[in-house]
Design a protein around this ligand. Structure first.
Ligand code: NI
Length: 254
């Protein structure tokens, strides 16, 4: 089975000691694609670097809501410049995160999110959306840009919210959370999303699937997500594996 990880952070410092060796191992373990998503300007630069170093790496560039207060016109200018690299396939990760109290104020997050949605529209690139405890506001902003599509990564909403995202043309990103013992809501979502809208992702170094829960995550662990998705949807692992690869290629135009 081949694997394409639609959301990873190999620029994270938890990979500093063995990044090169690990990426080589991924290649040997049938990982044929990785979308490395920047969270900050520095992360975006590193994501582009990784995509230029490894042929199976691609980059998303954008500012995560937790850094929303660091964004000014110059930041947007720099993201636009980075997006000129042919390996940049999306703007992300961008969005809203109301979970952490120490995050920038909601209004600041929204403003930064809107600026980056505008950029995605201008550049005709899909978006990688981060939404935590902000479903309604996220959806409202997605609706302001009907020309833009993308993925709602590490999806955490209800079936109803998933349907709203799907109706706007978005894909739904599933992480290792589907393998967790206490998973319930996400399994309901995983049952109803159409085949051609499913993406799988690690969000590594976080969100490692069972049996690696709590450890550092890596793209080859996606096989445990695919196993679970196959079980839930009554499909073979081969079928779902092939389907998610064709989906991510379509979204990122690879
Ligand atoms: Ni992420």
């Amino acid at each position: 089975m081949y694997i394409f990880d639609s959301h990873a952070h190999y620029d994270d410092c938890s990979f500093d000691e063995d990044r090169e060796k690990l990426i080589e191992e991924l290649k040997n373990n049938n990982v044929i694609g990785v979308l490395n998503c920047g969270s900050s300007l520095e992360g975006a630069v590193s994501s582009v670097d990784l995509s230029e170093t490894y042929d199976f790496f691609y980059a998303a560039v954008g500012i995560h809501p937790e850094h929303a207060d660091e964004v000014n016109d110059n930041t947007i200018y720099k993201i636009r410049e980075l997006a000129k690299s042919p390996k940049v396939k999306a703007i992300g990760e961008i969005g809203l995160d109301y979970y952490w109290d120490q995050n920038p104020p909601k209004e600041v997050q929204k403003e930064t999110f809107i600026k980056q949605m505008k950029l995605a529209k201008e550049l005709n690139l899909p978006v990688v959306i981060h939404d935590r405890d902000a479903h309604k506001d996220t959806l409202d902003i997605m609706k302001m840009f009907p020309e833009v599509i993308g993925v709602v990564h590490c999806f955490s909403g209800s079936v109803e919210f998933a349907r709203e995202c799907l109706s706007l043309g978005y894909y739904i990103g599933f992480t290792g959370v589907v393998t967790f013992k206490n998973a319930k809501k996400i399994l309901d979502v995983a049952k109803v999303v159409p085949d051609d809208k499913i993406l799988v992702e690690t969000d590594c170094p976080y969100m490692a699937p069972t049996p690696f829960r709590g450890e550092r995550n890596r793209s080859d662990y996606i096989k445990h997500i695919i196993e679970k998705m196959a079980e839930i949807r009554n499909m073979s692992e081969e079928e779902i594996g092939n389907q998610v690869i064709s989906n991510v290629r379509k979204l990122l135009k690879i």
